[in-house]
Design a protein around this ligand. Structure first.
Ligand code: ZN
Length: 193
């Protein structure tokens, strides 16, 4: 039986999808910001360097400055870099676990999880968690995990957490003491009551 590991892996896949979606938004905003900076630098009238009232001296010819700014490579978009690297890894993982296919790699991975053996699930869980951590480091946001009251039905320790990863029906309750895991739909209500 690998159901607990499969559920942990599915939760990790949803958590990574949430992080990746948030990073996508940041990458888009950053790309717009970089574009605006370059447009401002290329336009002498809008440039902070050339837009002043100062005339003559070494700043007499704005063209040279604008051209050198344009030929400089754009500032790195670290959010887009992270999205790209993680997506490449996910495409590779989806091909490995689900075989060749189309669609979002995390959706393909989630569909493949029930067919994977314990070893492959363990590997997959490791990769997903590592990339989730990297994305969240950049986001400055940890996993959406909330403690809930009640004792763990597995080990009786009061260490239950709700993982709010993905859509609500995919949330899970995880015991941080014994790593027991249950679908939140089934577990949260009776335990929290
Ligand atoms: Zn427990």
């Amino acid at each position: 039986m690998h159901t607990a590991l499969a559920l942990h892996t599915t939760t990790a896949a949803w958590s990574l999808q949430d992080a990746l979606t948030a990073l996508h938004d940041l990458a888009r905003a950053e790309a717009a910001q970089i574009g605006a900076e370059r447009a401002a630098a290329a336009d002498p009238m809008r440039s902070p360097v050339w837009g002043g009232t100062r005339a003559g001296g070494t700043h007499a010819d704005p063209t040279g400055g604008a051209v050198s700014t344009l030929t400089r490579p754009a500032r790195r978009n670290r959010y887009a870099d992270r999205v790209q690297r993680t997506t490449e890894t996910l495409d590779w993982l989806a091909d490995l676990t689900a075989g060749p296919g189309t669609g979002h790699p995390l959706a393909r991975i989630r569909r493949a999880i029930p067919q994977l053996d314990a070893h492959d699930l363990d590997e997959l869980h490791h990769w997903l968690t590592e990339h989730d951590d990297r994305c969240r480091q950049l986001l400055g946001r940890s996993q959406a995990v909330e403690p809930i009251p009640g004792d763990c039905p597995g080990c009786d320790v009061r260490a239950l957490m709700v993982w709010q990863a993905g859509p609500r029906e995919a949330w899970t309750v995880v015991c941080s003491a014994c790593q027991g895991i249950w679908p939140a739909t089934a577990a949260v209500q009776p335990i929290a009551a």
